[in-house]
Design a protein around this ligand. Structure first.
Ligand SMILES: Nc1ncnc2c1ncn2[C@@H]1O[C@H](COP(=O)(O)OP(=O)(O)OP(=O)(O)O)[C@@H](O)[C@H]1O
Length: 311
């Protein structure tokens, strides 16, 4: 990691009247990283990135972006930092091209309008008013506007909330393109799939604190979670057969339904052992532990409260 981090936030604290939104948060993001800030609604994600962007004053703590003090060096910050926040208030009566041209006037060397619009696949809608764009198109435009000044650091808040699967994949490709051009991305999300796919490292936030910070794979590992293979056995599984495999940590049987937890290539190990023992397995499923499982291990609750009762 280079000596000057792209983003360095130390011991941030923010209270709104009686409500402490951010208790104490410290983050250091390396240049060129895609860094995820993941947590449930209300965990303090938006407040944190607003303080990092210099848009909200922390009650305590400091923030530097590319070595700049975000409160004191605002003019210089504006030239290196692009921000796409939730509920961006844009001029709704302007067309895509008009908005891009307006924002271009804020920067010394803006990306040419046509190129920028093309990069977020809005060329066919260039003459459409903001109001008449779909949700996904509005999101893509707000990202384009965050990128117009060729920023070296970009903050994206709830990138794909409310988008359909195709628009979401499109947005992910846009972020992957940023990685290729060396831009540092701070990505706020409560969608673990998005974070797992895009981010080099992730800070898990809960109740205004960082509860864990690691690569997505590292977080899942640190939570001590296993892969699970489940199947129905047509005949009894010989005792000790699965327990003896190096990949297996735990075996549970409930009638003919067997659940095996373990590591490595568990599915293959279990399948081969069953075939060799002449046991026919049906309805075989393999599930890998994910960030949501890690979040449960660390905080005691799921990322998506609606899923709490269904898993
Ligand atoms: N301007 C405000 N005034 C009072 N309380 C606020 C304000 N902004 C946020 N809060 C509260 O502070 C807490 C953290 O909010 P914040 O928006 O930072 O969380 P978040 O993790 O980004 O959530 P979401 O995903 O819902 O945006 C929440 O309880 C929220 O209700």
């Amino acid at each position: 990691m280079p000596s000057t981090p792209a983003v360095e936030a130390e011991r941030l604290h923010k209270r709104y009247r009686a409500k402490v939104a951010v208790e104490e948060i410290s983050l250091s993001v390396g240049a060129g990283e895609i860094f995820g800030v993941l947590g449930r609604n209300g965990a303090g994600k938006t407040t944190t990135v607003e303080m990092i962007a210099g848009l909200r004053r922390p009650d305590r703590g400091t923030v530097r972006v590319l070595g700049l003090d975000v409160r004191r060096d605002r003019a210089r910050l504006r030239q290196v930092l692009g921000v796409q926040l939730q509920d961006a208030t844009l001029h709704h009566a302007l067309t895509v091209t008009e908005l891009v041209r307006l924002y271009a006037t804020f920067y010394p060397d803006p990306v040419p309008a046509g190129e920028l619009i093309e990069s977020v696949s809005l060329t066919d809608s260039a003459r459409t008013r903001f109001d008449n764009l779909s949700g996904g198109q509005q999101q893509r435009l707000s990202i384009a506007l965050a990128l117009i000044g060729r920023p070296r650091v970009v903050i994206l808040d709830e990138l794909t909330t409310g988008l359909d699967p195709e628009a979401r994949r499109h947005m992910w490709a846009t972020v992957e393109g940023l990685r290729e051009s060396g831009v540092t991305v701070l990505l706020v999300s409560h969608a673990m799939e998005e974070v797992e796919r895009l981010c080099d490292r992730v800070a898990l936030l809960d109740a205004g604190r960082v509860v864990a910070l690691d690569s997505p794979a590292g977080l899942v590992r640190r939570a001590g979670f296993a892969q699970r293979v489940t199947f129905r056995a047509a005949s009894p599984v010989p005792e000790g057969l699965l327990e003896g495999l190096a990949e297996v940590e735990r075996v549970r049987a409930d009638g003919d339904r067997v659940t095996v937890e373990g590591k490595g290539d568990l599915l293959q190990a279990v399948s081969v052992a069953l075939v060799r023992a002449g046991v026919v397995a049906t309805e075989t499923r393999s599930v890998q532990a994910n960030l949501d499982d890690a979040f449960v291990a660390l905080t005691g609750h799921r990322l998506d409260p609606e899923e709490e009762s269904t898993r």
